[in-house]
Ligand binder design. Structure first.
Ligand code: C2E
Ligand code: MG
Ligand code: MG
Ligand code: MG
Length: 281
């Protein structure tokens, strides 16, 4: 019976594996189609200054509109990274962001920088920094108009090539943030010398700050560390006022989260801003 069960299990996994491989192939094909048919689009989430409550930045977040449904990046970015599709998709994202920036700059929205999430594979593409500079110039924008966010774990996995690319970008005037900070095992000695401007504290830590002393302690320590390194510290995923109050007391510089605003398309963002410009303060 055991042998029988084992065989059945093998068949079960073989079948599942087959399905998964099919799904990957299907998804890869669908993504290629989506790229040429402009099914990807961006939403933007504001970053709020903790003290003044002004909008001090935006983060561009990619979505895929497929057959009337919106697919979140968690379902396709890692496959795009594995298949190399992140290179054309990443270019599309930067170009779309710069197009949207032109709309925002022509409106009453404050002229804040937009942060774009970048995968390690994009950074290690040797033409990346030239590409970013050219695209900005074509859009009539300076390097201060965009920031790049790279996750701590991707950064640490590709340290040497990524650091030299970061350095190049930064010399060109583009600001860099470490995303999901606290989840990726940065070593302190690397952190000291990393060419970055901002630490974004991962949402998982923000979730804990209103729950007790220990959760708060970690966030406080990250903020102090960031400030000693001369960095701006941003909290991700702030959902309730209590978290915002604690973060303000701990000296966190910027906040981002559903408490203030969900990621929105450009038109909705303009409406949001027109309605909340005064009420946030
Ligand atoms: P991330 O860069 O850390 O972005 C923050 C994520 O948290 C976003 O999810 C955002 O919608 C969500 N979020 C913001 N505030 C709150 C909140 O108060 N509560 C909750 N529960 N969630 C909040 P999203 O848009 O699904 O993106 C997930 C991840 O996918 C991003 O994490 C980023 O790593 C990646 N990603 C998104 N857009 C791009 C892109 O254009 N390129 C690349 N390479 N990666 C991207
Ligand atoms: Mg990010
Ligand atoms: Mg993050
Ligand atoms: Mg994340």
């Amino acid at each position: 019976i055991a042998k029988q069960a084992g065989r059945n299990r093998f068949h079960f996994f073989a079948k599942e594996y087959g399905r998964q491989a099919d799904r990957r192939l299907w998804l890869e094909h669908a993504m290629k189609h989506a790229l040429s048919h402009r099914e990807f689009f961006l939403e933007y989430q504001p970053k709020i200054d903790s003290k003044t409550r002004a909008v001090v930045g935006l983060e561009a977040l990619v979505r895929w509109r497929k057959d009337g449904k919106v697919i979140p990046p968690g379902e396709f970015i890692s496959l795009a990274e594995e298949t190399g599709l992140i290179i054309p998709l990443g270019k599309y994202i930067i170009e779309a962001t710069i197009r949207d920036l032109a709309i925002l700059r022509a409106s009453r929205f404050p002229a804040v920088p937009v942060a774009v999430n970048i995968s390690a594979g994009q950074f290690t593409d040797p033409s990346f920094s030239r590409y970013v500079a050219n695209t900005l110039a074509e859009g009539g924008l300076t390097s201060a108009a965009i920031e790049l966010e790279i996750t701590e774990s991707l950064l640490m996995q590709n340290l040497a090539p990524t650091i030299s690319a970061l350095r190049e970008m930064r010399e060109a005037g583009v600001r860099i943030a470490i995303d999901d900070f606290g989840t990726g095992y940065s070593s302190m000695s690397y952190l000291r010398d990393l060419p970055v401007d901002t630490l974004k504290i991962d949402k998982s830590f923000i979730d804990d700050i209103a729950k007790g002393e220990r959760g708060r302690g970690i966030v406080h320590a990250i903020i102090i560390l960031g400030h000693h390194l001369g960095l701006t510290v941003t909290a991700e995923g702030v959902e309730v006022e209590e978290q915002a109050n604690i973060l303000r007391t701990l000296g966190c510089d910027q906040m981002q989260g559903y408490l203030y605003c969900k990621p929105l398309g450009v038109e909705q963002l303009l409406t949001w801003h027109a309605h909340t410009e005064t009420s946030l303060r």
